[in-house]
Design a protein around this ligand. Sequence first.
Ligand code: S3P
Length: 430
Amino acid sequence: MTVRIDPPGDKSISHRLLLLGGLAAGTSRFRRLLDAEDVRMTAAAMRQMGASIPEDWTGEVTIDGPVRWRAPPAPIECGNSGTTARLLLGTLAGLGLPAVLQGDPSLTRRPMDRVVYPLQAMGAKIRYLECHGRLPVELEERRSGSLRSLKLRPRVASAQVKSCLMLAALTAGVGLDVLEPGRSRDHTERLLHAMGAPIGFREGPVADPWIHVEAGGVAGELAPLDMTVPGDFSSAAFLLAAGWLGTGPVELRGVGLNPTRTGLLDVARSMGARYEVETSGSEAEEPVGQVAAWPTRLKSFDVDAGLLPGLIDEVPVLAVLAARAEGVSRLRGAGELRVKESDRLSILAANLRQLGVTCREQDDGLDIEGTDQPLRGTVRTAGDHRITMAFGVLGSVPGCDVSVDDPDSVAVSYPDFWRDLSRLSGTEAS
Ligand code: S3P
């Protein structure tokens, strides 16, 4: 029997809505805002900066904008959340507020130069407090009107980088042009456009993806949004994978289907996976719909750099699909995976080998030889929520018995993951 599940609200969109709600002129109303550790970091930081965001997120969250921003009285703790750190840095730089930003040991290992250099080029004064290129960083107070416009061709396609810069440009009233090497998720662009911001971009995964923000300072004129946050495709991806691998047929409802996020579906099609997608509507220019998946015998895949931005968070679950597919799957151009919440390439390779799967680690990818032998053992997840969920899925596959050392790490993005997975496998506690 097909199990119907509403995945949790989109993490990327939820972070952005908190920030944009604080910048809008009027009251924003958000339903299904993701209630998970990462997004709570952004909310807590915004409270330190003067926003009033309720603690209880059941039902509807309202934010009265524009916030009367003030310098945070204590260092901002970003926890495990790269999106919090990078998007806030841009917002603070644009508003000219002094602040210190810090993170947990995982976030402290992740590169910050990719946002610090361009913000410095715009005129922000930022310094590293302990180690070059890493959190904690300190931002100096800035006179209003002292930030400059920027034209940038970032080296990596990163939604966090371009969103950081869009927020800095908008709040400072300066212009911005970004030409990405590939189209990363375009939620900030769509949401800002829906709010009436002077922003130009081409939707979806296109060649030469550019973004243009008009100079002129519109932050106080952004229209508030009233929306139900689409379900997170990256959370839904784990349940789709479980569906294909035979844990049980599944239908995910109310899932975000933004084409810059659904690259996994294209790869799954090339693997022969059985699924159906139906777009049923949209929320603030974000398409939403249903995806159903059925157990399938999968073939191996070949994924290279061009496909990466559209499935950047799905590599852990793709690796697990590869482990059960027929043939050798090949992933390349995925060097960015080494600077996510963990070095995902190395941890995936180590865990797959630990379970008896043949996996060769390359500088920028993996070669994974699928097997239909039962996989058994305990894996190390380095506290990385997506590694935990990927191996959780493998553990739910009939005939496999895999446990993870840190099941609670799912709280970062999908607190009810284990409950939803057990509904699918029919092992839910009654
Ligand atoms: C995110 C962008 C991606 C993604 C992350 C969330 C965002 O990171 O991996 O989970 O919300 O903008 P990069 O921009 O570093 O690729």
